[in-house]
Design a protein around this ligand. Sequence first.
Ligand SMILES: [Zn+2]
Length: 245
Amino acid sequence: MHEKIAQIRSLLSELESDAIQEDNAVKFRAFSGLELPDIICDVVDLLMPELKPYELSFYIHFLRHSIIENGNPYIRVSRRGMQSGVVKSAYAGSTSGGKDADSGVASFKTVQQAIEGLEKIGAIRQEGEPNREGTLYRVRLPEEIEVCQHRRAEQAERPSITATEREADFYNIRENRIKIYERDNYHCTYCGKQLTRFTATLDHITPVSEGGDNSADNLKTACLQCNSRKTARPLGDFLAETDAR
Ligand SMILES: [Zn+2]
């Protein structure tokens, strides 16, 4: 379990550093109104319990190089590519599912089993016949996968928070978060950078640790860079420092 979470974290940090280094937030285009953190949460909560560790590694690899990277749910997979280079990073963290794990090269059998497992559960679907460059797959988001839909429905039956609490929470509730991003026109309110649903984050003006709440008045849109620089310091300190530079 910890291993899986570490994999998801490394995926997230990889994406984040891409966005920061290349300043290419626009590259991560919005896809069907979802946000990256929500997709990752769905993967962890709904899909991960259904997958074997190496299946998860492959799924994350597919997701990263399709929907997340270019907003397009299709990816062409060559068996040779999967066995060697491309899958190295995704595969290296997995300790089960292949005798070649140490070398970072998945065995043919491992690749085959992972792809079959993902197809069986409906996480990917083959499109058309394979050609010389490989096989085309349509990658599905957890919300499109039947077992995940069931799992979510089960979770929804257990009442966790009241409708009033939902309405007031602009931090944890997806629909409400989007309202803040829209209010701020998808711009970082500190540095002005143009953001997308995948790169925007919310920042507490008064930190939760100092009694700040999740109301709309206490939240601002921030890029990851500004948000992590600010961490839990009060807004006044942060702005003073920014001005001084
Ligand atoms: Zn910023």
